[in-house]
Design a protein around this ligand. Structure first.
Ligand SMILES: *Cc1c(COP(=O)(O)O)cnc(C)c1O
Length: 424
C-alpha cells in the first residue's frame, strides 16, 4: 500500500500479525538459536536471510531501519550507534585508502573533522568546495580517484542549503554517487533521493529521536546508483569479497541491495558500532510523531527568526525560511513546507555578547545539542567547531559571535519573550 509520510512515520516498517505485539518488540538478545550448524552456515555465507548475532543484524533494529528507508524513499537502510558512525561508514563503504572525496565546506563540524583530519590519516583525501561555488569550481574539484560527493541538506550550524540537484548532477557527470546528510530537514521536509541523491545519512540523535534520549545514526541507500557501470571505481562492490567466500555484492544483491549488504556484512562486522535494540525502540517512539513535531519546530523557528530579524541587537539572522535569506529560494524549492527549527544569528558585540545572551536565557538551555523537544542554544566557535581555524570557520559561515538556537516544541510566544529579555 502507498502511504503518505505521516502514516509511514506511525506504522511503517512493522506490520504485526494476528495476536502479535502492536508496538515493535524489543528483541534484547545478542544471539539466535539454530537447530543445525548447516542452517547457521548458510547465514554466514549470506545464502539465507536470518539472524545469528546482533552485531550484524537484529530484528528490532531492522524494523526501525526499514521504516526510515520507507520515509526516505530508499531501497534499504542500516542503523548505527551514532550519526558519526553513519557518516564514516557511508563513506568508507565505497572510499578506501587512496580515494578522494568532494565535500561541501558547509557541513557539521564533526563531519568536517572526520574528513579533514581522521580520514586523511587513513589515506583518503577531501577537497572542500563552497555550497555556492561555481560549476567550474565544482567540476574542477573532481580527480581521477574521486569516489563520492558529500553535502548536507541544511548545514548544521551554518544553515546553508545544498543545491542537491546541482551537486547530484556534478557527481553523476563524474560517475560517482552523492551522499547527503539529511539530519536537519528530515524526510518530512526534504527527501534528497527525489532530487538525485544516491545515499542519505542522518544523525537520528536529532529530530528523528527528537527527545534528547538516544544517540544514533542511519544510512539509507536509494538503490539507484549503478555500481557495475563504474566497476573499476568500486572494486569493493564489484569484485569478489574474500572475507565472504568470494561474494560480489553488486552481482548477488543488485543495485537495490549491494551497498547496504556490504555495509552490514563487512563494515558492521568489523567495526561493530550497532545501536542497542532498546535505543532503536526509543528512536522509533520519536519517529512515530516526527511529522507532527517537525511542523511545530518549523513554526517556532519561523516565529523566532522573524522576531530576531526585527531586533536592533542582532547583526544578521540566518534562517532559510526567512524571506530575504540568502537560501530562501533554494529552501522553497527543496523544502516547501519549511526546513527545520534551528535559527542562527550573529549578535552585535560578537563572542562576548553571545555569551551574555545565552547566560540570560531561562527556557533555552546551553547544550551541545539541537533538534530536541526542549529549546537549546550554543556558540559553535567556542564549542563544537573549536578545532577549526578562523579561516575555516569563515568558509563554513560561522563567525565567532554566532548563536545556534534550536527551537523546541514550546509555545512560540514564550520562546520569544525569553529571547527578548535575554537580549536586554
Ligand atoms: C549531530 C550531527 C551529526 C553527528 O551525529 P551524532 O549522532 O552526534 O554522532 C552528523 N551530522 C549532523 C548534521 C548532525 O547534526
Amino acid at each position: 500500500m502507498n502511504s503518505n509520510i505521516g502514516t509511514t512515520c506511525v506504522q511503517g516498517g512493522y506490520t504485526p500479525g494476528n495476536g502479535e505485539p502492536r508496538q515493535i518488540p524489543i528483541i534484547q538478545s545478542t544471539t539466535f538459536k539454530y537447530e543445525t550448524g548447516e542452517a547457521m552456515g548458510k547465514l554466514f555465507d549470506l545464502e539465507a536471510e536470518g539472524y545469528f548475532y546482533t552485531r550484524l543484524q537484529n530484528p528490532t533494529n531492522d524494523m526501525v531501519a526499514k521504516k526510515i528507508a520507507l520515509l526516505e524513499g530508499g531501497s534499504a537502510a542500516m542503523l548505527t550507534s551514532s550519526g558519526q558512525a553513519a557518516s564514516f561508514m557511508s563513506i568508507f563503504n565505497i572510499c578506501e585508502n587512496g580515494g578522494h572525496i568532494v565535500a561541501s565546506s558547509s557541513i557539521y563540524g564533526g563531519t568536517y573533522n572526520l574528513l579533514d583530519v581522521t580520514m586523511r590519516k587513513m589515506g583518503i583525501e577531501t577537497t572542500f568546495v563552497s555550497p555556492d561555488c561555481s560549476d567550474e569550481e565544482l567540476n574542477g574539484a573532481f580527480k581521477e580517484n574521486t569516489k563520492l560527493v558529500f553535502g548536507e541538506t541544511i548545514a548544521n550550524p551554518a544553515l546553508t542549503v545544498l543545491d542537491i540537484e546541482r551537486f547530484a548532477k556534478a557527481a553523476h557527470d563524474h560517475g560517482v554517487p552523492l551522499i547527503v546528510d539529511n539530519t536537519f530537514a528530515t524526510p518530512v521536509n526534504c527527501r534528497p533521493i527525489e532530487w538525485g541523491a544516491d545515499i542519505v545519512t542522518h544523525s537520528t540523535t536529532k529530530y528523528m529521536d527528537g527527545h534528547g534520549s538516544a544517540v544514533g545514526g542511519v544510512i539509507v541507500d536509494s538503490g539507484k546508483f549503478d555500481w557495475m557501470a563504474h566497476k573499476d571505481k568500486y572494486p569493493g562492490l564489484t569484485t569478489p569479497d574474500d572475507s565472504y567466500h568470494g561474494i560480489t555484492y553488486a552481482e548477488r544483491f543488485g543495485k537495490e541491495g549491494a551497498y547496504i549488504t556490504k555495509c552490514t556484512a563487512q563494515l558492521m562486522r568489523d567495526f561493530g558500532c550497532i545501536p542497542s535494540p532498546m535505543a532503536s525502540y526509543i528512536l522509533n517512539l520519536g519517529l512515530e510523531s516526527l511529522h507532527v513535531r517537525m511542523k511545530r519546530h518549523v513554526e517556532n523557528g519561523q516565529a523566532v527568526a522573524e522576531f530576531l530579524s526585527g531586533s536592533d541587537k542582532i547583526e544578521y539572522v540566518s534562517y532559510p525560511g526567512l524571506k530575504g535569506d540568502k537560501y530562501y529560494d533554494r529552501a522553497m524549492k527543496y523544502m516547501g513546507n519549511g526546513g527545520c527549527g534551528v535559527v542562527s544569528f550573529n549578535l552585535k558585540g560578537g563572542r562576548g555578547a553571545a555569551e551574555k545572551f545565552m547566560n540570560s536565557l531561562k527556557l533555552a538551555a546551553i547544550e551541545t545539542h539541537v533538534a530536541d523537544a526542549r529549546s537549546c542554544c550554543l556558540n559553535p566557535a567556542s564549542t563544537t567547531h573549536r578545532q577549526m581555524s578562523d579561516e575555516q570557520l569563515l568558509a563554513a559561515g560561522i563567525p565567532a559571535g554566532l548563536v545556534r538556537f534550536s527551537c523546541g516544541l514550546e509555545d512560540a510566544a514564550d520562546l520569544i519573550a525569553d529571547i527578548e529579555q535575554a537580549l536586554g
